[in-house]
Design a protein around this ligand. Structure first.
Ligand code: ADP
Ligand code: MG
Length: 352
């Protein structure tokens, strides 16, 4: 017979499961902003507005003009493992930021979440979830697209609440996330607004949608985010090898920094912090910079999703290339080539 103190195995309910998942997906307000802006980009939004109050602790609101969610599908959007982005048949064939169907249910488990959306000429509708409990779908007013509002993040998990930093620090982290995503999407317009205390608030970052070809647009967007000086000192990178395309801008060695703060790397549009890629960047500048100087660059690798695994961790920005040497080689050789050409140009100018 079982002992009195024999452990009992129980199935957790959905609310508990979502709270646990939220612990992985949502570390702080900036991670909620990342998930919600990525959803807006996945939805085809061309103008995305992000508003936050009190460092995002009391309010995060993302407004987009994307495809919207139909009234009938609103409850599904909040359900665990429900996604419109993959059908599960090929987990290596991912063309969107999202695919796990975890962000919205997780956010709904640790904050007060509401979604208002409208598809085409159908009527707008909204749904709210609080403490993991989904409310009814209600009629709403909206001209198009989607508004996702997240209030009182972590109110349901006081332990997490304690780990949040000052409003200022959290606002800074939100700004960093938005700028990083905006770098990779120069054709989308972004507005970031601090609405602490209510009202219209104050615009803290704005990048109008860029036009022209991809390089014009990217150059314009990088000038907006990294500054004119970076843009003026940046060498255009455009290379391809065995299905891996590398584009972007890398600054002249004379524009190097004292730390690696100005290094922005993206794989298939995702901001990544990857040792392999950072090492390749360093390697490319090896002959040009002393040990304490760091190159500045914004580089984008694009490839068939089968050549890279982004399925490593929901929140971490790691990727795994099928052929890491290829990615490294592409960065090192194309940057060295651009640097050598720029050096050659500079020396012939002096000689003349
Ligand atoms: P995932 O992004 O991994 O699919 P989410 O929980 O973030 O999971 O979102 C669930 C679903 O809700 C998405 O697959 C999408 O269909 C829908 N959705 C979320 N945000 C938006 C949005 N801003 N516009 C349109 N649809 C959205
Ligand atoms: Mg998502």
């Amino acid at each position: 017979p079982p002992q009195a103190d024999q452990p009992v195995i129980r199935q957790l309910d959905d609310a508990a499961i979502n709270r646990i998942a939220a612990g992985e997906v949502v570390e702080r307000p900036a991670s909620a902003v990342k998930e919600l802006v990525e959803n807006a980009i996945d939805a085809g939004g061309r103008r995305i507005e992000i508003a936050y109050a009190d460092g995002g602790k009391t309010l995060i609101r993302i407004t987009d003009d994307g495809c919207g969610i139909t009234e009938a599908q609103l409850p599904l959007a909040l359900s665990r493992h429900a996604t419109s982005k993959i059908d599960g048949s090929d987990l290596l064939d991912i063309h969107t930021f999202g695919f796990r169907g975890e962000a919205l249910p997780s956010l709904g488990a640790v904050g007060r979440l509401s979604i208002t959306s409208r598809v085409g000429r159908a009527a707008a509708a909204s749904i709210a979830v609080e403490g993991g409990q989904m409310g009814p779908v209600k009629p709403a007013a909206l001209s198009g697209g989607t508004i996702v509002e997240l209030r009182d993040l972590f109110y349901a998990t006081p332990a997490r609440l304690k780990f949040m930093r000052s409003d200022r620090a959290e606002a800074q982290a939100i700004t960093d996330v938005v700028k990083r995503l905006a770098m990779a999407e120069p054709f989308i317009g972004f507005t970031l607004r601090d609405v602490t205390g209510g009202g219209e608030g104050r615009v803290t970052f704005r990048a109008e949608a860029e036009s022209g070809d991809l390089f014009d647009a990217l150059h314009g967007r990088l000038a907006r985010i990294l500054g004119k000086e970076f843009a003026e000192n940046a060498l255009k990178i455009d290379a391809e090898r065995e299905g891996l395309r590398l584009i972007g801008y890398a600054a002249l060695p004379t524009y190097s920094r004292g730390s690696s703060v100005a290094q922005y790397l993206f794989v298939n549009g995702r901001p990544v912090k990857d040792k392999l890629l950072v090492g390749a960047l360093r390697g490319a500048y090896f002959d040009y910079l002393s040990r304490d100087r760091h190159p500045a660059a914004a580089l984008f690798i694009d490839c068939d999703p089968h050549l890279v695994d982004v399925n490593v961790h929901p929140a971490k920005s790691e990727v795994r290339f099928r052929d890491p040497g290829l990615a490294r080689g592409l960065i090192v050789s194309s940057l060295r080539h651009a640097l050598a050409e720029a050096g050659h140009r500079a020396s012939t100018t002096v000689a003349n």
